[in-house]
Each structure stands twice: as C-alpha cells, then as structure tokens.
Ligand binder design. Structure first.
Ligand SMILES: NC(=O)C1=CN([C@@H]2O[C@H](COP(=O)(O)OP(=O)(O)OC[C@H]3O[C@@H](n4cnc5c(N)ncnc54)[C@H](OP(=O)(O)O)[C@@H]3O)[C@@H](O)[C@H]2O)C=CC1
Ligand SMILES: Nc1nc2c(c(=O)[nH]1)N=C([C@H](O)[C@@H](O)CO)CN2
Length: 236
C-alpha cells in the first residue's frame, strides 16, 4: 500500500477538533481511521464520508489494548497517527485518583501503547508521522486542572522520547493549543476572560489545528517539535 493510500489514524474524532481534522484529511484524499467513545452525530458523518470508525475507550489498559487489536484487524499500514482524544477534567474532590487515572490513560498510556504497538504499521509508510495534541497550559501549570496539565506535560515528554526512538523512519511532533473552541456551557464572563489571555484575543476554531497538522505531515525536516498555537498567550 503506498503512503498515499495508507490510512491516517485520528483518535477522539466524534466531535469538535478531531471531527474537523478527520473531515479535512478525507477532503485532502487521505483514508481515515477514526476512533470514538460516544456515538455522536459526527460519527455517522465520518461513516458516510467513507472513514473507518472504531470504538475506543482509552481510560484503561484493557480498553487501549482492545483497540490496538481492533486496529490491526482493519489495516496493516498507517501513514500517520494523530493522538487527539482528551478529557478536560478538573480535580474531582473525593474522586481525585479516578480522574487522574482516566486522564493518564487517555493522554499518556494510550499514546504510549498505540505508538509502541503501532510503529510496525507506520514503518510500512514513507513518510510516516505521529502527532500528539497537548495544551499550551503545560508552559506554566494550572491550579484548576492539575492532573489534566500534568498528563498533557507527560504527553509532550513522549513527543521527545518517541522522536528520538523512531527517527529517521517516523517523525514525531506535537501541537500545543490554547483556547480553540468554547464549550456550550462557557458563560459570557468565562469567554471574555479566556479571550483576554491571548495577544490576538480570538476563538480561532479547529482549522488552526488542521493547518498545524498539515504542516507537520508535509514537512520532512521537523521532528521532536511541539508547535505552540496559542494566540500569543506567552507574550501577553
Ligand atoms: N478545545 C480547546 O479549546 C482546546 C483543546 N485542546 C486539545 O485539543 C484536542 C481537541 O480538543 P477538543 O476537540 O475540544 O476535545 P474534546 O473535549 O471534544 O474531546 C475529544 C474527544 O476525546 C474523546 N475522549 C475523551 N476521553 C476519552 C477516553 N478515555 N477514551 C477515548 N476517547 C476519549 C471524547 O469522546 P466522547 O465523545 O465520548 O466524549 C471526545 O469526543 C484535545 O486533545 C484537547 O485537549 C487544547 C487546548 C484548547
Ligand atoms: N479535551 C479538551 N481539552 C481542552 C478543552 C476541551 O474543550 N477539551 N478546552 C480547553 C479550554 O479551551 C482552554 O484552553 C481555555 O479555557 C483546554 N483543553
């Protein structure tokens, strides 16, 4: 299978950024294997567009390994793996360990195991890429999302380690966004405060992540790099 027809795996593609990027990859002619955890309208949209859509719950090792086995039944080659799936959880009083373990699973254990077990599929494609979606908040930490930030920082560490391990056959990079899309429950005060944190002061939407992903897929001389896509929060 040529790299032009080898599928791109993107996780957490039922909605928002993952769904947008999966649709844009399909538009650009890439076959797509997309994972979902909850059956949302976006899942059927991807099926209708010809994507292979697989259930995956990355909150446990069992769920991750079950997905990897399912993945290998659907393809023997991959052009790229995009680790987008994520849970944005605050500290849960009385349930701290469960929240931490859930975010460790989806932000760190799943990328770690999928990369290790999926490398053989990527090695049959040239070029080949792994992209981790982290979060600009790792620059300074977060008092309100401690476990989220810690596990995203761990994901950025995986970018460096896997870039060293898999070079030169596989490029491994990250994208660290700040605010991309508000959630429906975000009120006007929260929205104004979030927008004021960046120099550019906008809610950019998902396309800025696809533009960053496109750059990483197309550039043969970038690995071990995490792109900051934060509207200039670090200069505000
Ligand atoms: N939106 C933003 O403003 C920002 C986003 N980011 C990062 O960008 C990426 C995309 O963001 P966004 O689209 O908002 O993400 P979402 O919050 O919409 O999450 C994406 C998907 O991840 C899935 N997911 C969550 N936990 C698990 C799990 N345990 N196993 C499998 N799938 C799981 C969700 O599935 P389900 O449908 O079942 O809930 C969801 O559909 C994420 O990595 C996020 O951390 C970073 C900074 C800002
Ligand atoms: N998995 C998610 N991670 C993050 C989200 C989200 O909706 N899902 N949202 C944010 C915020 O937009 C934050 O960047 C600004 O308030 C961060 N991560």
């Amino acid at each position: 299978m040529s790299s032009a027809t080898a599928p791109i795996l993107i996780t957490g593609a039922a909605q928002r950024v993952g769904l947008h990027c999966a649709r844009r990859l399909l538009e650009d002619g890439h076959p797509v294997i997309a994972t979902y955890r909850t059956e949302r309208p976006g899942v059927q949209v991807l099926r209708d567009l010809g994507a292979v859509v697989l259930f995956a719950d990355f909150s446990s090792e069992t769920g991750i390994l079950a997905f990897i086995e399912q993945l290998k039944q659907h393809t023997d080659q991959l052009r790229a793996i995009v680790h987008n799936a994520s849970a944005w959880m605050t500290e849960a009083p009385g349930n701290e360990s469960a929240a931490f373990n859930a975010m460790f699973g989806v932000h760190m254990l799943a990328p770690y195991l999928i990369n290790l077990h999926g490398a053989e599929l990527l090695l049959r494609s040239t070029p080949a890429d792994i992209v981790h979606i982290s979060d600009d908040v790792t620059r300074k930490g977060s008092a309100r999302h401690i476990a989220y930030c810690a596990t995203k920082a761990g994901l950025e560490s995986l970018t460096l380690s896997f870039a060293a391990k898999f070079a030169p056959a596989i490029k491994v990079n990250g994208i660290a966004p700040a605010l991309l899309l508000f959630n429906p429950e975000d009120d006007a005060a929260y929205r104004a405060k979030a927008l004021a944190k960046s120099a550019l002061g906008i809610e950019p939407g998902s396309e800025v992540i696809y533009q960053s992903l496109r750059y990483l897929l197309d550039n043969p001389y970038v690995t071990g790099t995490t792109l900051t896509v934060n509207g200039g929060r670090h200069v505000k």
